[in-house]
Structures are given as C-alpha cells and as structure tokens.
Design a protein. Structure first.
Length: 333
C-alpha cells in the first residue's frame, strides 16, 4: 500500500495517472482532500521504482505503508501503532519515525515520533538516527485511521507537481481563500463599511486579510506565521504575531471578526467566544467550520452549541469554493 499526496481537487486525474503507471493497482481518495490510498499488485520496490521513473503530473509525495490501524483521539492509542511495526526492524537497522497527522487528537505528530521511536528502539535493538537513517517508520494519520509501515529511506518519493488549477492572467489569487471570502460576503449579503476595523484570525499567508484591506479602514491579522510580503506591506494591515488565544486585551474593538483557521470546529468555536470581547455589540462574525471527520452534521452542531454563548442570528451556507467546509455567519449577541 502507498499513501500518495496530490493537488486537492485533482484526485480523479491522479487516480487515472497512478492506475496507468501501475497496471492492476487501485487508487481511492481518502476523506482528507489531496490524499489517496493506493493498493498495488506489485512488490513495494517495483511499485516505487515505476513511480519514480514515470513522468507524472499530479503526484507529490509517496509513502509506502503496510498496515491500517484504527485509533482514537487520546494519547493512549499511540502504542496501537507499535504491533504492525515490531517485526520490521532488526538490531542492525538505523531508523527514524516520520509522522503526519490530520484531524483532531490529544497528541502531536512529534509525540508519536518520540514515543514510537523509543518503543521500537527498546524492543528491536535498532538505533534511532534522525540525520541519516537507513529505514523510515512511516505513520500517516487521518483522524481515526492510521496507515503505518517501515521502508527503506530511498523509497520515500517527492515528485514535482506539474499541473495546478489555472487562472486567467492577472487573476491568480494569493490563496483560494480569497474566493472563499468574496463568496461569503456575497452569500450572506454582508455590508462592510469603509470605516470598519476587522480582526482576521489565523490570517497567514493573508488571503482574507488582502481582500479585507481593500474594503475597510484597518485589518489586524492574527497569526504566528508570516504574511505574504504583498499583504504585510499594506498600510492598513497590522500583523499580530501570536495565536488567536493570545490576543492582547488592548487590541481594540472591531466591527467584524473573520476566522478561517484550520482547526477542529469546537476549538474554533471556543476561540470565537474568547475573542467576542474584542467585537462591538452587534458586530459580525464569519467562520469556516472545517470537517475533521466524516460526521459533518455533528461538527456543525458542536460548534453552534459553543458559539451560542456569545453569538446569535446564525446563518449557514456551503459555498462553491468552500464545498468541503461550512461557512457560518453570526452576530455578537
């Protein structure tokens, strides 16, 4: 088996490309966009060699795996990843654990790498080598599913993506988020006045901030990561390099707060409640609800229960450029 990453929105094209290169293989999309599970009838080394040699358009990264493990969101589930891996390392091996985690969990990718690395080192006699390992322990987590395996370091592929979604000259957005915000403003008929001051949470690289800066007096962009230089240089943009939970008390009062943070809906809702004191009475909130599992209705309901503490007048829409998420309009109660 392989986990293959591809450009989001091009999963169908990537499936056809993979199945043409590896006859008899089966590729299917996973719940999280841009990720595919590939089952090949050929041996791992042969499959990887063919993918490496082929001129591909859509493939980005290739991670060989051997087992699928059901997990929970708590730290106690990490040892479940150990059993399928224990017999794949020997005392003469050097290895490193590489984990990528998608979804909401009480542990980080780094937690998995440390705990699993210690368990494998102790039980197999193999040596952790973070700089030049002979083998890689692959852990790819998708909420309640984990795909794990051990492979030669050379079998991890990183290929250039040659096809991206095209825009007419001069219309390519800083990020797709620009389209998402424009659609939300139109769909909810939001009146944004030139004298407004806006708080943009999780702003980097600055797609929403850029649009808002062209509409209002001031935008305070909150994100520990860098803004795109084009956005950071705008005269009415102030960049707060902190997490949304750490906004200073004297940050001011705002007419609108926007939130396109890539976190669990309940956590995003709690942040919106926490920043409500920075929003004027009757001020507007626009928030995207990211689906971290298949239970979409449950995520929306959980977010609403939290948001009701400080907001009302809710409106919900699934927008064309945001069809894998739900966009919520609200007012401060």
């Amino acid at each position: 088996m392989l986990i293959v990453t591809v450009p989001a929105g091009f999963e169908s094209e990537a499936r056809k490309e993979i199945e043409a290169i590896i006859p008899g293989s089966q590729a299917r999309s996973l719940f999280f966009k841009g990720n595919m599970l590939v089952k090949s009838p050929q041996k791992e080394t042969q499959t990887v060699a063919k993918l490496r040699k082929a001129e591909t358009l859509y493939m980005s990264h290739v991670y060989p795996v051997q087992a699928e493990v059901r997990i929970a969101s708590g730290k106690e589930c990490v040892p479940r990843l150990f059993a399928p891996l224990a017999d794949k390392l020997g005392a003469s091996d050097s290895f490193a654990v590489r984990c990528q985690r998608r979804g909401r969990h009480d542990f980080s990718s780094r937690d998995v790498e440390r705990q699993l690395g210690s368990m494998l080192e102790e039980s197999t006699g193999a040596t952790v080598d973070l700089r030049n390992p002979r083998k890689i322990v692959v852990v790819q987590i998708f909420q309640d599913k984990a795909f794990v395996g051990v492979t030669e370091a050379a079998n991890l592929l990183a290929k250039p993506i040659r096809v991206f979604r095209k825009y007419r000259k001069g219309e390519r957005p800083l990020t797709r988020a620009e389209h998402k915000l424009r659609e939300a403003i139109e769909a909810f008929n939001v009146e944004i006045k030139p004298n407004y001051e806006v708080l943009d949470l999780g702003a980097a690289p600055g797609g929403w901030t850029k649009i808002l800066a062209g509409l209002v007096k001031k935008v305070v962009a909150v994100d520990p990561a860098d803004l795109d230089p084009e956005v950071a240089s705008l005269p009415n943009v102030v960049h707060l390099r902190c997490k949304a939970e750490a906004i200073p008390a004297d940050a001011g009062l705002f007419d609108l707060v926007t939130n396109d943070m890539n976190i669990a809906p309940s956590e995003s809702g709690r942040i919106m409640v926490a920043v409500a004191p920075h929003l004027k009475n009757g001020g507007i909130g626009i928030m995207t609800v990211k689906f971290v599992t298949r239970h979409r209705k449950k995520h929306v309901e959980e977010a609403f229960e939290i948001l009701k503490a400080r907001y009302s007048d809710f409106r919900v829409k699934r927008l064309p450029h945001n069809r894998y998420k739900t966009t919520v309009y609200m007012r401060k109660a």
